[in-house]
Design a binder for this molecule. Sequence first.
Ligand code: ZN
Length: 153
Amino acid sequence: MHGVDMTPRRRRNYNPQLVSSTRSYSTEEVCDLFEVHPNTIRNWRDKGLQVIDDRQPILFHGSDLKQFLKNMRSGRKHTCAPDELFCFKCRLPQKPKNNEFILVQSPGGQRRIRGVCNHCGTVMNRAVSSKNIDKLPASFCIVTPQQSNLKWE
Ligand SMILES: [Zn+2]
C-alpha cells in the first residue's frame, strides 16, 4: 500500500509511451499504471492535466495524459514552442485553436498575438516584437475576430 507521497521526486520519469491516446483512464488506472498515489494525480491536475468534463468518477483522456507527461518530462512547462502560447489556466504552453491568432496592440505600443487555448478555450497572449512578427510559424493563420468563430475575450 502506498503512503502519502511526500517525495514527488522519487520517480520523475513517467513514460508517456505507457499511455494509449485512444482510450480514457480513471484516477485508479493512472495510479496503477505509474505506481503513484492519488495525491500525485491531484498534483498533476493542479499542474494542468485536464479531466474529461462532467464525468464522475473523473476520467482522463489518454491523449491529454500523454501530452501532459511529455511536457513534464521535457521540463518545458513554461517554455513555448514557436507555435504555442502560454495558457494561464492550463499552466502550460498550448497551441492556439485552429492555429488562428489575432494581432492586438496595447496603448503602450506593445504588440501581442492572441490565441484561444486549444485545450480549455482560455484566451492566451504572447508579446511579439515587430522584428519577430514576420517569423511566426507558417501554420499560424492571422484572422480578425470578425472572421473567426472563436471567443477572443
Ligand atoms: Zn488552456
